[in-house]
Design a binder for this molecule. Structure first.
Ligand code: FMN
Length: 347
């Protein structure tokens, strides 16, 4: 594939994603907190900082992987990096493959480090990338962690996509062994199963971003790019973000989970944290905010978002993300059926 085509593809992804609607039914609405009338803490008591195995996140929300690899997305990356710098949020870049193949594309990613020298930045590669390239991706950004995305449904619907997956697990195992920073295995909107999480745990993975269904949908995006748009029937493939977090429950002692995929409100984010996520990622909301409304409005949006999270945590008597695990939750029939049939011990 030529560099020009790769650049075009990234721009198409951004364009189609920006116009996309979220799933009409959200699993976040299938999950409710029990309300208790008189909180025993104040809003000022709430601390949103999140402790993970190898690092601390100042903010519990982060800008998840999207862009880089074209002129337009260089500009987006720079703006997102300024937002990350001003808010203290971590930020992931989109797949760095374009830069790993063509050094001319490096600046569309490294602009993120230039704009935010002290910030927490996650680099991003696919699960098929050779180990030395994965190391290069970390170096390119002086990144604190490396996201390795797993996106088989997207590849299969993508006309020019990958058709070879049987090598991914072994390659991932090598990346885990060699790369010096924490490696986050990341879905791209199709969620995770307990079987997959167990298999990843067994090769030494300690960080997973479950990125579930409900928000940006890469089956629909790639289908839009197909000549006959003939794979729309796969649009509901995969586990939602809530289902994926429920699947992760048995592994939360051992591993660190990030949640993303369709998180749109501060209440959605708090629900993810109550289900055991250590931090919550959003992609399309930040993209649309910054492209449609600019940097100042996006800073305001992010500040309001975390401020509202503190208010919700006050109602739940949770001074910290850890304390949110005590919140009482009632699941609707759809999630209840998932928990039962998947035999999930969520206590
Ligand atoms: C325009 C766009 C480009 C993306 N590119 C990447 C990518 O290169 N690597 C990756 O791991 N995820 C990528 N994603 C997936 C997101 O990181 C995230 O998993 C997904 O969009 C679900 O989150 P959302 O519903 O908040 O958008 C992209 C998402 C968008 C919207």
């Amino acid at each position: 594939m030529s560099d020009l085509k790769r650049e075009q593809r990234k721009n198409e992804h951004v364009e189609i994603a920006m116009a996309q609607q979220d799933a009409s039914i959200s699993d976040f609405d299938e999950m409710r907190f029990v309300h208790h009338s008189i909180p025993n803490i104040d809003v000022a008591d709430v601390n949103l900082q999140s402790e993970l195995q190898d690092f601390t996140m100042k903010q519990p929300i982060y800008i998840n992987a999207m862009t880089g690899g074209s002129e337009w997305t260089k500009n987006i990356n720079e703006k997102l990096a300024i937002i990350a710098r001003e808010t203290g949020m971590a930020m992931a870049v989109g797949s760095t493959h374009a830069a790993l193949r063509n050094a001319k594309m490096s600046s569309s990613f490294s602009v993120v480090r230039d704009a935010n020298p002290e910030g927490m930045i996650f680099s991003n590669v696919g699960a098929d990338v050779p180990v030395d390239k994965a190391e290069e991706a970390v170096k390119l950004l002086d990144a604190q962690a490396l996201q390795v995305h797993v996106n088989s449904p997207q590849e299969l619907v993508m006309p020019e996509g990958n058709r070879v997956f049987s090598t991914w697990m072994e390659n991932l195992a090598q990346i885990i062994q060699r790369v010096k920073v924490p490696v986050i295995v990341k879905e791209v909107g199709f969620g995770m199963s307990k079987e997959m999480i167990k298999a990843l745990n067994e090769i030494g993975v300690r960080y997973i971003d479950v990125s579930g269904r409900g928000g940006t949908n890469f089956v629909d995006i790639e289908n839009e790019r197909r000549e006959y748009k003939d794979m729309d029937y796969l649009g509901q493939w995969g586990q939602t973000t809530v289902e994926s977090l429920l699947e992760s429950t048995a592994f939360q002692q051992d591993m660190n989970f990030f949640a993303s995929g369709g998180v749109r409100t501060p209440l959605d984010a708090v629900k993810c944290l109550a289900l055991g996520a250590r931090a919550v990622g959003m992609s399309r909301p930040f993209l649309n905010q910054v492209e449609n409304n600019g940097i100042t409005a996006t800073l305001d949006y992010a500040e309001q978002f975390t401020d509202h999270m503190k208010k919700i945590m006050t109602m739940l008597n949770a001074q910290s993300i850890d304390e949110l695990k005590q919140a009482q939750i009632v699941y609707g029939p759809r999630l209840h059926a998932w928990i039962e049939q998947r035999n999930l011990d969520i206590k």
